[in-house]
Design a protein around this ligand. Sequence first.
Ligand SMILES: Nc1ncnc2c1ncn2[C@@H]1O[C@H](COP(=O)(O)OP(=O)(O)OP(=O)(O)O)[C@@H](O)[C@H]1O
Ligand SMILES: [Mg+2]
Length: 590
Amino acid sequence: MDAAATPARIGTMALYRRLLGFSKAYWPIALVALAGMLMEAAAAGAFTWLMQPLIDGTFVNHDTRVVRWLPAVIVAIFVLRGIATFTADVAMARIGRGVVRDMRDRLIEKSLRMPSGWFDREAPAAQISRLTYNTEQLAYAAAEAVKIVLTDALTILFLLGVMLHNSVKLTVTMFFMVPLIALIVGTVGKRYRRINTTLQDAFAQFSHRAEQALAGQEAIKIYGAQPVERARIAELAQRNYRLNLKVIATQAMSSSLVQLLAACALAAIVYVAGREAVRDGMTAGSFMALVSAMMAMLPSLKKITNVQSMIQRGIAASESVFAVLDAEAERDDGQTRIERARGELQFEDVTFAYAGGKGWALDGVRFRVAPGTTTAIVGRSGSGKSTLAKLLPRFYEPGSGRILLDGVALADYRLADLRRQIAVVSQNVVLFDDSIAANIAFGELAGASRDAVEAAARAANALEFIEKLPQGFDTRIGDRGVLLSGGQRQRIAIARAILKNAPILILDEATSALDTESERLIQEALDRILAERTAIVIAHRLSTIEHADQVVVLDAGRVVETGTHAELIARDGAYARLHRLQFRDSEDAG
Ligand SMILES: Nc1ncnc2c1ncn2[C@@H]1O[C@H](COP(=O)(O)OP(=O)(O)OP(=O)(O)O)[C@@H](O)[C@H]1O
Ligand SMILES: [Mg+2]
């Protein structure tokens, strides 16, 4: 087997070694488990060993002492065995379940550090199945399989010991017989399965043809096709008949053959055993002990041969888990610390392409945002506005060019520091199945006082609807906030961003799900907040854009114009065109 150490096999071995490495931390429990397994196997051996005194002492020699101690010993063996099984099972479960828990913990920890591009490639369902199903499979291979291999190998060893102790010759004879029978049974079984499949196919053909003929009886009649159809179907029926006979013959032959073989094996065993009995005085008890040890060994042999597939499944499952653990996480090697940024932003020829996308999502983007000002980003759908916003917290890294905050490249800041500077209300609001208060005071904001949370909610125009909810701020909002309307969710997200009080605020169509009235109310609050910080606002609302300090117009990932609303209208270029198309309605309405 080792000769077949192909590269694939070596890879598999390495994977399995790595998998077992996760159990290594549990070595003290593993020692306890091993002791349990050893005792379990020894008990199985001891019980079959007892067969000899049981039969010879009681039934053959009528020894009263044996009659007295033997029952007690039998009970004692099973008490010990019970304790051993319990110890081994529970100890191994602690290792197995422990490995599952550790893996899940590592996976989640790693996943939450992966860049957004990774999430674009990995379907959520695949991630969940890796986290649940794969970790489970992998633990089987890392713990359960080890337990089976050890316990059953030890059991086989003990039983073999009992067999050899009783008769070496007989043991050897049996070990020749068993594989021989297994081989023949296996070959016959294979032939039987093959014929059976052919039979099923033939039967399917027959019924298909017959069904067609019966359904098309009128056509058959009018074209006089009865003889041809009949002959065809009869041929298929005949084939069926022949195959059926073949199956029965194989079956009958194989069972007779197996019986004959078993009889031959038994004859050989009886012959050897008889000679042993005559020549070396082998007793009835010895023979029984030997046979029961042999029988007791079969389940263990079966389990050991099956454990291979369990390990294979575990290794396959571990591959995708290790792929995540080994994948490159978000880069976080910047050293610059920052408390509170002034908020100057510079885009220097930034290009970006999504891994799965075609072409550039951003192409040579260059503009500057002065501290404390508001920049509106406008452009048609798909022009790259959201992409631009996602580069700021480094969800994605630019392909080339750089973005500077206060004159320092984003990549040079410590990632957590950088992200602390930015509050985002994105196009897709994500809320968690928790209370309203917990959703507003989220993450590092968790320590915020109830007063602060309320003030943020008020500023986001959310207080009114929150107070109408059954438990106010303590109302749970359901999975991803399903119990709230789109506009309510958006206001919670705005409250969260207000509470964060970061120097940079990114609003990606933050008020798009609101009615005009609510939007106007929030806009007032937002205007107050925007006044004090640097803001990147992706908006469809004219008033926001008009009041912005500058407008950046994107088209197909390129900055086509920058300037104030008035300047761009006067220039009568892309913005003016966009403005005429996009804002005419809202202008009329406003
Ligand atoms: N995760 C992604 N993977 C691949 N391509 C993407 C991804 N997200 C966006 N894109 C593509 O990048 C381009 C820019 O998308 P972006 O979301 O930045 O547009 P947008 O200007 O925000 O549009 P909208 O106004 O509709 O929100 C689009 O062509 C889009 O198809
Ligand atoms: Mg967008």
